[in-house]
Ligand binder design. Structure first.
Ligand SMILES: Cc1ncc(COP(=O)(O)O)c(C=O)c1O
Length: 459
């Protein structure tokens, strides 16, 4: 054994203790460290020949890298849609690495059953029907891609071909319809060979990002009975708008389409009694995307995908080989997801759900919704800003009242203050800012600090 490895093995408890001390220091300072330090250029150094040992690596990491890491897990990081890690999720994630299980199958371990239990808990949490079966994937993009891959196979079934066996050439073009799709849908279509151009944007309701169901119906009618894929959106990234899922699902009585719902973070509305109606009909979908490293507050990377057609899913993703075992009635996860070998990312989700249950996670969601509303009220009262949309859930979409073109400068200035972090976007052609609340740590005091930083940045 290499002497560095031998020494580290002998010192493993001490080493883990040091890593824990480091993590504890980092987490204790999370609320006060600069939220989003501007990424300075970091020059790579040469690969070490002998290596520094794990303690040495930790020391180099602290010196060269740690200070440049963002406060993304902290309470005033309001950019994109970023969650933190609950204490239990963090513990679960550490153990994921310690146990280092390959969650591809249940041949040699109980991990597959743990993942099934966690999937079942998520199904319960979001009120999905039992017909939906799920699996963990790395993020919402991969969840969308998985759902659309199953949808692609369904279109093949309708046309009498198996895309999994015969390939895309046998399938021919497929129309994908959506009102305000997340950019990851285009990426997924590119990966799946359906092509970004397959995506046809359908009209939205006036002043909204929600699809106009009549326009959707007209687009489906035009297809003249050709099977299609509809991507419905439950929580758009700019204004958290929701398509009418029930009305869209009802269209399947007249038109053949696969209904995929991107509910990456919007699904969490189900945990707030005042907002659950927004996801009414979610369970009617054929496939669903749920992100977990956002509002479930588990560490990156983690998401879930659900579908009613596990048979088609297994057709797409099966990885049969004599040494891996057969599919059977209850396929292992390597037959259901894009990866074969995969980490047990279900464990962090399992830990946080076991630790805080439905009530604990509902509290996080309700609090974040209230905090977004609070920031919305603050900004609406400032002459420098105007809201671009009502605060429907956990995202505030706003701009400078008289100078929207300053949005990027304001975002930079807020980041440089170290007090908060918001990201830029464009909404209805207007340069804008977004503040998204999905962290379990955020409090009213954090909103007040973020509001002050925004007020100062506007000048
Ligand atoms: C609605 C929606 N779908 C998909 C994604 C992609 O998520 P990920 O970065 O986890 O792949 C996001 C990310 O913000 C999102 O908001």
């Amino acid at each position: 054994m290499h002497p560095r490895l031998r020494d580290d093995l002998a010192d493993l408890p001490g080493l883990l203790h040091e890593a824990r001390e480091h993590a504890t220091r980092f987490l204790a300072g999370l609320g006060e460290r600069p939220v989003g330090p501007p990424p300075g250029p970091r020059e790579p150094v040469a690969l070490p020949e002998r290596g520094a040992g794990a303690r040495g690596a930790l020391e180099v990491f602290e010196r060269r890298w740690a200070a440049g890491f963002s406060g993304g897990a902290g309470p005033r990081y309001l950019g994109f849609v970023v969650g933190g890690s609950t204490p239990a999720a963090l513990a679960g994630d550490w153990l994921t690495a310690a146990y280092d299980q390959n969650a591809d199958s249940g041949v040699d371990s109980s991990v597959a059953d743990l993942e099934r239990e966690a999937v079942g808990w998520l199904r319960d949490l979001f009120g999905l029907p039992g017909a939906h079966e799920g699996a963990f994937v790395s993020g919402a993009t991969m969840s969308n891609a998985t759902g659309l891959a199953i949808g692609r196979e369904w279109v093949g079934e309708r046309r009498g071909v198996s895309v999994a066996d015969q390939g895309l050439a046998a399938l021919g073009p497929v129309r994908v319809l959506s009102g305000t799709p997340h950019s990851s849908i285009g990426k997924a279509l590119s990966m799946l060979g359906l092509g970004r151009a397959a995506l046809r944007r359908v009209g939205v309701l006036p002043g909204r990002e929600a699809v106009d169901v009549q326009s959707l119906e007209a687009a489906l009618r035009e297809l003249d009975g050709e099977p299609a894929i509809v991507v419905a959106n439950a929580g758009t990234v700019n204004t958290v708008d929701y398509d009418d899922l029930r009305a869209i699902a009802a269209l399947r009585e007249r038109y053949p389409f696969w209904l995929h719902v991107d509910a990456a973070f919007g699904a969490f509305a189900a945990l707030s009694p005042g907002h659950a109606h927004l996801v009414d009909g979610l369970g009617e979908a054929d496939s669903i995307c749920l992100d977990l490293h956002k509002w479930l507050n588990v560490p990156y990377d983690s998401a879930a995908q659900f579908t009613r057609r596990r048979d088609l899913q297994a057709r797409v993703f099966q990885n049969s080989a004599a040494y891996l075992g057969s599919l059977g009635d209850r396929p292992d996860f390597l037959h259901l997801t894009p990866e074969n070998s995969r980490r047990l990312r279900a464990l962090a989700a399992w830990f946080t759900l076991a630790a805080y249950g439905r009530e604990g996670h509902a509290e996080i969601v309700r609090r974040d919704i209230a905090l977004a509303a609070r920031l919305g009220e603050r900004l609406a009262a400032m002459p420098a800003y105007r809201l671009l949309a009502p605060v429907r859930l956990n995202v505030v979409c706003f701009t400078l009242a008289d100078a929207p073109e300053r949005a990027a400068e304001v975002a930079r200035s807020v980041a440089e203050s170290g007090e908060a972090f918001v990201t830029t976007t464009e909404y209805a052609g207007v340069p804008a800012l977004r503040a998204a609340f999905s962290n379990w740590r955020t409090t009213e005091a954090d909103v007040d600090r973020a509001a002050k930083a925004l007020e100062r940045a506007a000048g």
